[in-house]
Design a protein around this ligand. Structure first.
Ligand SMILES: Nc1ncnc2c1ncn2[C@@H]1O[C@H](COP(=O)(O)OP(=O)(O)OP(=O)(O)O)[C@@H](O)[C@H]1O
Length: 266
């Protein structure tokens, strides 16, 4: 079926909104190829003629209600910006869930509050489980990498990306904690303790406050964790890269010595 045939009376669509970014609306008439406008009704009851000329064209179609709040974005019938934003919003507000899969990728929202979802009992629940059988969580990604490494005896990588303040450093720390717990059994060995204890030291040296993040990393980190044949952490090293020189805006003169000052701006 051509996509335009789905634009029938009663179909749900998303239209851009200056405040809410996207709002949902319903078609009040069938769309016929060549139409320059389509009559829609917004959720607040307002009716409007929506222009369907290029470049915007027809508005993105809404997904069936039954898919709302699903834990994998790839299961959505229509995958576009408003569908992704809406699904993440529903999961966050209605299911208190900050994690959603998009295939093998985990999408994480920053809750800006401590959630009770990172305790050892949660680590135990994820340990040994398949990613597909568990609700999305940073621990399921860590578990997948850990199990694949043990099973295939191959190095694994977890890439954490996002804009400043989105929660990359926090996610990396939860991942390292997961490895320390599942690999170190009940008692953490001193190597595992040292790996976890390196975080505050690195942050003391390499983090600074910006307008977006009170504890913003000033450089990227490539953290390599070594595991022994029993799956326990036996060492780690960290390489830094991508120092954001643009943020080194001035030097502070303090008494007789000069302290380079990595500050703020943004
Ligand atoms: N999962 C989470 N639970 C609770 N708070 C979180 C979580 N993720 C992030 N935060 C909060 O958001 C703040 C910023 O997160 P973080 O420092 O990890 O961001 P970042 O992506 O590493 O930023 P930058 O690129 O600027 O270094 C944290 O200090 C913490 O307060």
């Amino acid at each position: 079926m051509a996509t335009t045939e789905l634009y029938t009376k009663g179909a749900c669509v998303w239209v851009p909104d200056p405040e809410a970014v996207w709002v949902s609306a319903q078609l009040l008439q069938n769309y016929r190829p060549g139409d320059q406008h389509i009559l829609i009704q917004l959720t607040d009851g307002r009716e409007m003629e929506y222009p369907v000329l290029p470049p915007a064209g027809l508005p993105p179609l809404g997904n069936p209600d039954i898919l709302e709040g699903g834990n994998d974005l790839t299961a959505l019938t229509f995958l576009h910006e408003p569908a992704v934003l809406h699904n993440l919003r529903v999961r966050f507000l209605d299911y208190s869930s900050i994690y959603t899969y998009c295939g093998i990728v985990l999408v994480a929202l920053n809750p800006y509050e401590q959630l009770p979802i990172y305790g050892e009992e949660v680590i135990d629940a994820y340990s040994g489980q398949d990613m597909a059988d568990m609700e999305p969580h940073i621990f399921s990604v860590a578990e997948e990498a850990y199990r694949t490494m043990i099973r295939e005896e191959k190095n694994q990588s977890i890439i954490i990306s996002g804009e400043s303040g989105s929660g990359k450093t926090v996610s990396a720390k939860f991942t390292m904690r997961y490895f320390a717990v599942v690999g170190g059994a009940a008692q953490q060995t001193s190597v595992e303790e040292k790996v976890l204890a390196s975080n505050p030291i690195m942050e003391a040296i390499g983090n600074a406050k910006t307008t977006r993040n009170d504890n913003s990393s000033r450089f990227g980190k490539y953290i390599e964790i070594g595991f022994g044949c029993k799956g326990d952490i036996i060492g780690a090293n960290m390489r830094t890269y991508l120092l954001e020189k643009s943020r080194v805006v001035f030097q502070v003169l303090a008494r007789s010595y000069i302290t380079p000052c990595i500050t703020a701006s943004h």
